[in-house]
Design a protein around this ligand. Structure first.
Ligand SMILES: NC(=O)NCCC[C@H](N)C(=O)O
Length: 450
């Protein structure tokens, strides 16, 4: 059970459907004060669209230069990005956010600062060296080498990996060294760090470190673990999801309203992951309802946020084909059980119905992108549905999705367009590339801007 108590009353979405005794989380009146940190930016996220205050991004770096036509599929990129241009596109993305009053935290900078702490440095070395791949001798010698490098160098190794050729020269012979090609990876690079959405997610005042499904992304969580454990900015951060290991990825988690989560179940997040997240969120009193939403197990729909994102407090943009077909299982704590250990599972029902009921609103509006099927499919692939809200009714989207953006604007949504020709080669849009850390509460009136 959760130890901390929240200040505040019921959530702004009304109390329809709330199990008795549940107090929907509201931003606490008492905020932790840290040197240099604006109180309004204290970590807390209760919705998808509350005014964005602080966000974690990762400016793509040397890890993208590791991609080749031989390894890009395995490393989950659809082509080989032009790294300099990807950085320019990313800088422009960060500038758009800053221009809207958002504090942008860069993962590489947080990681470097984190590794200045000797405990984090030691844990970082441990995370970099895979004894099963390198064998005892090589692993020992790499460990001892990395233990002596400065924080910035270790951070680079953790992000960009290391080839056998780049390993420090060593005495004696190593079969492993001899039998690997010099350009093989002794430490795998993490090009998907770019998609900070997936590796961790804030739910209320807790952070859930994901359990990433794909081997190419597995080690990302170790980096986030270090930052949240040792960076002074995050001292005292409490975890959601704890030590669970069933796959769950942030791109599958939508905070539909305070206390209401939708969790996509498909290629990445498993049913076991959704169930474990629900149990843990109920026990921590950070959610009262979790909607488990089956999505097609395909690359185009790897996460729920590839087909649906929120653009207003009661509005989503959704891939037209998903509109009629998405369903949801509704998970709630089983009150009959007298505690929060047992779950009640209802459904499946149409997603839009189940979501509106859980949110306590009459209906969840879908922006009708009304596209012809071919355009819809093309723009969904190019992350047209993957928007990042900086405030209700104001979203960041890729400029290339001309028709989806036009429809959003016709519906009264402001679209802040960014270029993504290179960033998109990893198959992710503005929401995938951002992990909100602080959002202001939703305005009391859930006005749809139209
Ligand atoms: N939430 C998202 O949809 N994230 C995009 C992740 C793309 C990355 N290349 C991946 O396959 O995991």
């Amino acid at each position: 059970m959760r130890n901390e108590s929240h200040v505040g009353g019921a959530g702004s979405c009304g109390s329809g459907g709330l199990p008795s005794g549940f107090t929907a989380p509201r931003p606490t009146a008492v905020l932790i004060t840290l040197a240099g940190v604006n109180q309004a930016n204290s970590p807390r996220v209760d919705s998808e669209v509350g005014p964005l205050r602080s966000v974690l991004l990762h400016r793509p770096g040397a890890e993208l230069k590791r991609l080749t036509p031989r390894n890009n599929d395995q490393l989950l990129f659809d082509s080989i990005p032009w790294v300099g241009r990807a950085q320019e596109e990313h800088d422009a993305f960060a500038e758009v956010l800053r221009g809207h009053g958002v504090e942008v935290l860069l993962l590489s900078e947080l990681l470097r600062a984190t590794l200045e702490d000797p405990r984090a440095h030691a844990a970082g070395v441990h995370a970099a060296v895979d004894g099963r791949r390198l064998g005892g001798d090589l692993a020992d010698s790499l460990r001892s080498h990395l233990s002596g490098v400065p924080a910035g160098v270790l951070a680079e190794v953790l992000m960009a990996g290391m080839t056998f050729e780049e390993l420090p020269a060593a005495e004696g012979t190593s079969l492993v060294r001899k039998m690997n090609h010099p350009y093989d990876f002794a430490v795998d690079p993490l090009p998907n760090l770019l998609f900070t959405r997936d590796s961790s997610a804030w739910i209320a005042d807790r952070v859930a470190i994901s359990s990433l499904a794909m081997p190419a992304r597995n080690r990302e969580t170790a980096l986030l673990d270090l930052v949240y454990a040792y960076h002074p900015r995050f001292l005292g951060t409490v975890r959601a999801y704890g030590a669970h290991s069933a796959p769950i990825e942030g791109g599958d988690i939508l905070l539909l309203a305070p206390g209401v989560l939708a969790v996509g179940v498909g290629e990445r997040t498993s049913a076991a992951g959704a169930e474990a997240l629900a149990r843990s969120a109920f026990a921590d009193d950070i959610a009262h309802t979790v909607l488990a939403v089956p999505i097609a197990q395909a690359r185009a729909t790897m996460h729920l946020d590839t087909v649906c994102t929120m653009v207003g407090a009661d509005a989503v943009v959704m891939y037209p084909l998903a509109r009629e077909s998405l369903v949801a299982y509704t998970l709630r704590p089983d009150e009959a059980d007298g505690g929060k250990e047992a779950l009640r599972v209802d459904g499946p029902r149409p997603f839009l119905t189940a979501a509106a009921e859980a949110m306590g609103i009459d209906r969840l509006r879908v922006i009708d992108t009304g596209l012809d099927p071919v355009t819809a499919e093309r723009e969904q692939w190019d992350d047209g549905n993957n928007t990042l809200a900086v405030a209700p009714g104001v979203v960041v989207g890729y400029e290339r999705n001309i028709e989806t953006n036009a429809r959003l604007e016709q519906a009264g949504i402001e679209v802040l367009r960014i270029a993504g020709s290179e960033l998109g080669s990893g198959r992710g849009g503005p929401r995938c590339m951002s992990c909100p850390i602080a959002r202001a509460p939703l305005p009391e009136k859930l006005a749809f801007p139209n």
